[in-house]
Design a protein around this ligand. Sequence first.
Ligand SMILES: [Zn+2]
Length: 347
Amino acid sequence: MPELRYDPTSGEWTIVAAERATRQREFPGGPPPAPALECDPRCPFCPGNESQTPPAVLTLPGLSGWQVRVVPNKYPLLGGQGPGSPDGARGARAARRPTRLSPATWLAPYAAAGVHEVAIVSPSHRRWLPDLAADEATALVAALRARYRALAARRDVRHVMLFENHGPAAGASLAHPHVQIVGLPLVPPAVRRRRALAGRYAARTGGSLWRDLLAAELRAGERIVAADERLVCWAPFAPHVPFELWLAPRQPRASFGDLSDELVRPFALALRAALAALALALGPVDVNYVLHSAPVGAEATDGLSWFVQILPRLTALAGFELGGGISVTTVPPEDAAAQLRAALASP
Ligand SMILES: [Zn+2]
């Protein structure tokens, strides 16, 4: 029987309908892509083509010159200066702020202030995080943390997002593995909602939403993929897609900017292991992974935690999801976790 499941951190409902996995598929997926080259002379992110990107804002050295390069996105979602953030610039909130309750402002665009950077994860055109050596993965996370902190310190940034689109089904436009870092001039509604839910939970129960959620998942055990004293990786109870995974610190911290030095390497290796487990269990699969973190200025929010949401792109959103905002998955997370644990345990 299909089940409705609730996610207390986002307020969203999902449906787990395992029976639907047996539906006949008239439209099978396309053929797997040809394996990529180690280096592509036409790729702006490959070594030797550094002049094809804007100048780097951060370069970590490596054996062949650099290991990680962070550059401004040549085609940014956000960028530029100027007023226009709907939330108002930080520190300037007293400035006249248009109200969105007034029809007079509805059709007025705002300047898309903010910043959009790209972290080229390694010199290799082919290898993404699961293929990197431990030191290489650690360098990537160190670079991401440094840029997260730098963007969060800007006056025009109210929220920082990190994500990687791996593969065409995940929306990647360039094959060379890269993580995108976006500093937004506003706090996205979904982020506000997460914070409000944590606050409401604390007010009602006196507890910490994330601490209690982690404790409940660890107690149940059946959705845990990997856990140690520092990090927990699990298939969430109410997933949006089959084989969705969450990776979070065992001691909740609202902001990724507060990732401690001691946790950089363990986190890099845990994220690498989670992505590798998906590839082992599912074969090559396109994936989005997204870092969720508290808005700038809300680092001390109790009951929130930063976490990485990993979304394999095995299925497409269809009318029910688009119309209702309720995801349907055909793989119970309990089954996904069991398969991923087995994949990680295999030699
Ligand atoms: Zn390349």
